[in-house]
Ligand binder design. Structure first.
Ligand code: GLU
Length: 485
């Protein structure tokens, strides 16, 4: 039950695997609500129909549930301001677009994708940032009516002031000033009648009575568009807080090329959600040395949104490991520890499915750890010797592993059938036999050439673990290329 009018939200777009960055922002919002006695809400932003999938939405919910964060309103639990999935709110946005058109704050744009591409090309060639040039801004009402009557497709764009700047106070960045001439005449409604992120986000934040918008700094540059929409509608704007992105130790943006970024990777590797939340929560508190081990209540207690740095949160895996170890050793009773092991090993049916797969390849039960252990381990201990027994040369192994690594990013579904289909397709494309493609993968996944059926194993390991194993395998094989081994 809320004791204040504070309402915050996490608004993920289900367009990929749930990312630690999403949980980092979710945790900030959750702690903010907890600290202020407000509500924490989950909204699914799936207006990008080409990239959003239900499968990813389920994964986002699963990942957020695993973290232990609880929302009081959301697509799964309902609430007074639903639906909480934007695709189900589609019809709500149109009247607002019409209102902006009627008030002269927005205009219909009939420019074709081809024309827009030519315009951007010319801008690029002239060294200018791409921005709509305003061609349709001056269409007369009769011209618009005629074009609509003729069935021409159009989008709705917002008008942007031509002079001055948008000045606002960000809860983290402080005073921000962005010149209007750097702001694009954003499309608000797409030709298919769907709103864009900016339109839906502002309308929903208003309708859902969101008081504070805390999100990643990549959205800071969008604030002028959002503020303008609040003004056009005559609505109060929320307080904006843009959190610095998480970074790798070398300060580069956290990306899966350097560190695994999927929540599923960390759960598969046996990190406790409490430890991951503890690790992420330390970015939002001021503590002394020796006070690092904190549960959610303690984090909320010490939470200080005013003390955030713009420097960026460094994703230090060693620190996460250290905290996880401490949680396992110091915070769990023996019973809890055992319960966690069973819970973890049966995640996605890894243990039971793995054991079933082992049945047809076994002569003694004691072979099980060797045969199926790779499904549970974090590191399969690959060395050049692991690949030495293969028929393919290191160059070919390298080619196979890198092609598979690239392919797995493009697969919409991750299951036995899709993996098999993808690898068969890859074999065909590269002119190799499937029995040439699979052995290096067996080794990369399990560390040995004798293991469980490959497609099933990859499905059980999950995409994020497979991605990491391929990365490790490629790094090992690179050292063999050209060395004649
Ligand atoms: N759907 C946006 C995202 O995925 C939300 C940004 C916001 O919180 O406004 O990052």
């Amino acid at each position: 039950m809320s004791t204040s009018n504070v309402r915050v939200r996490i608004a993920p777009s289900p367009t990929g695997e749930p990312h630690v960055g999403t949980v980092y922002i979710a945790l900030f919002n959750y702690l903010f609500a907890k600290k202020t006695g407000g509500e924490f809400i989950l909204r699914i932003e799936d207006t990008d129909a080409t990239r959003s999938t239900r499968e990813y939405e389920e994964k986002v919910l699963e990942a957020l549930k695993w973290t232990g964060l609880k929302w009081s309103e959301g697509p799964d639990v309902g609430g007074p301001y639903g639906p909480y999935r934007q695709s189900e709110r589609k019809d709500m946005y149109q009247p607002y677009a019409q209102e902006l058109l009627d008030k002269g704050h927005a205009f219909r744009c009939f420019c074709t994708p081809d024309r827009l591409e030519q315009m951007r090309e010319a801008q690029r060639a002239a060294g200018k940032p791409p921005k709509y040039d305003g061609l349709c801004l001056h269409l007369k009402a009769e011209e618009v009516t005629a074009k609509l009557a003729a069935g021409e497709t159009s989008v709705v764009r917002m008008k942007i002031p031509t002079e001055g700047s948008c000045d606002f106070t960000d809860g983290v960045y402080g005073e921000v000033s962005i010149p209007w001439d750097s702001v694009d005449m954003q499309v608000l409604m797409k030709a298919d009648g769907m709103p864009t992120y900016h339109m839906a986000n502002v309308i929903d934040d208003h309708l859902m009575k969101i008081t504070h918008v805390a999100r990643g700094e990549e959205w800071l540059a969008s604030v002028p568009k959002h503020i303008l929409l609040y003004r056009y509608f005559g609505w109060d704007q929320p307080v904006f807080m843009h959190l610095s992105l998480m970074r790798n130790a070398d300060k580069s943006k956290l990306s899966k090329r350097k560190n695994p970024t999927s929540i599923s990777y960390y759960s598969a590797l046996g990190y406790l959600p409490e430890a991951l939340m503890n690790f992420l929560g330390l970015f939002f508190v001021q503590i002394g040395e020796g006070e690092e081990l904190l549960n959610m209540d303690e984090l909320a207690d010490k939470f200080d949104p005013d003390a955030l740095s713009k420097a960026g949160a460094i994703f230090d895996v060693q620190k996460l490991d250290w905290l996880n170890g401490r949680w396992l050793r110091e915070k769990l009773s023996q019973e809890e520890f055992l319960a966690r092991i069973f819970e973890w090993s049966s995640e996605n049916g890894r243990l039971t499915e793995g054991l079933k797969l082992a049945q047809s390849r076994i002569s003694r039960l004691s072979e099980l750890p060797q045969l199926a252990g790779f499904l549970l381990s974090g590191d399969v201990g690959l060395t050049p010797a692991s690949f030495a027994g293969l028929k393919s040369k290191p160059e070919e192994i390298h080619e196979i592993l890198t092609t598979v690594a690239a392919d797995l990013e493009k697969m919409p579904d991750w299951n036995i059938e899709s993996i098999e289909a993808e690898l068969r397709d890859l074999a065909e494309r590269t002119g190799k036999k499937l029995r040439v493609v699979t052995p290096p993968l067996f080794v990369a996944m399990s560390g040995t050439s004798r293991s469980l059926p490959l497609f099933d194993s990859m499905a059980l390991l999950g995409r994020s673990v497979v991605r990491q194993r391929l990365k490790v395998a490629i790094a090992v094989v690179v050292t063999m290329v050209g060395s004649g081994s």
